[in-house]
Ligand binder design. Structure first.
Ligand SMILES: [Zn+2]
Length: 291
């Protein structure tokens, strides 16, 4: 029997479960990069294997800047995940992207401060992945097609400005980012996109609009209460989009994501001692010399 296709889902704020999935296993994973946000729930839907992780932990106890994304993505890789779809709550810079709409992001601008945690490499192994197109177009197209069947509030393409958080932006920052032509703002996604690319996993993300950040003249106060209220309504839609995507999932991996590291190394990994390579676990398995 052919191996089941394995699809990872990282659920953001409010997104702690997927309807229609029968969960059959729960796995606690230790990684060379520390501990993931929670145990991975594993379930099936028809011929698919689904691996679910709540980004902030199941009791929402991890701040954006405290998330160990390296461990989270490594865990997905070690469980055999080849496609990764994530959700996150975002603010909107566009009047025509109101709260409860969903954007399938296709670009990022990074305003975070801790670049070290955005790569698996360093420590003797140097790799520079291509990131001009940070999202898997094949996966995103499928999500959009499947999403359109359950909602008209879904949009294809948009630039996600990633701030460090946990505070929301000031008015001045928000007006500045809007003037740059940004579409949405959040605190978590770019690092996951970079690490998924390094792990050669196809990546796409659903940005769920909860508010207008703080640029809007009339609706200018971003409060946690209004964010959660809008999200609770939108999360129902987002879950339907994810479920619809999984039910239509027929992708084969013909995209460049699966070989993202093939021309990324500046270090000749074939000459490194086995102990050094082992520090990177499953990430370098494919590139190790045959013994
Ligand atoms: Zn891909």
């Amino acid at each position: 029997m052919a191996q089941k296709k394995s699809i990872g889902i990282i659920g953001g704020t409010g997104f702690y479960d997927i309807p229609g999935i029968e969960w059959t296993d729960e796995r606690v994973i230790e990684t060379p990069f520390g501990n993931p946000s929670d145990a991975y729930r594993i379930g099936t839907l028809d011929e698919l294997e689904i691996v679910f992780l709540p980004r902030h932990g199941r009791h929402h106890s991890i701040l954006p800047s405290e998330i160990n994304s390296r461990a989270n993505i490594y865990g997905m890789k070690s469980l055999g995940v080849e496609w990764l779809l994530t959700t996150s709550a975002v603010g909107s810079f566009r009047e025509d992207l109101p709260p409860q709409d969903i954007v399938i992001v296709d670009q990022f601008v990074d305003r975070t401060k801790d670049g070290n945690r955005q790569t698996f490499f360093g420590n003797g192994v140097i790799a520079h992945i291509g990131f001009s197109h940070p999202i898997c177009n094949e996966l995103s197209s499928l999500v959009y097609e499947a999403g359109k069947e359950v909602t008209d509030k879904i949009h294809m393409g948009g630039t996600y400005l990633n701030i460090e958080g946990p505070a929301f932006s000031t008015r001045a920052e928000s007006v500045l980012y809007k003037s740059w032509g940004m579409d949405v703002i959040g605190m978590t996604n770019i690092v996951e996109a970079k690490l998924a690319r390094e792990a050669e996993i196809c990546f796409s993300t659903l940005a769920i609009v909860t508010d207008y950040d703080s640029w809007h003249e009339e609706l200018d106060v971003v409060s946690t209460t209004s964010v959660i209220e809008n999200f609770n309504k939108a999360v129902v839609t987002a879950r339907k989009v994810v479920e619809s995507t999984l039910r239509k999932f027929q992708l084969e991996r013909n995209c460049a994501c699966k070989d993202a590291l093939s021309d990324a190394f500046l270090t000749d990994v074939s000459t490194l001692p086995r102990e050094k390579l082992n520090e990177f676990g499953v990430l370098l398995e494919k590139y190790l010399p045959n013994e």
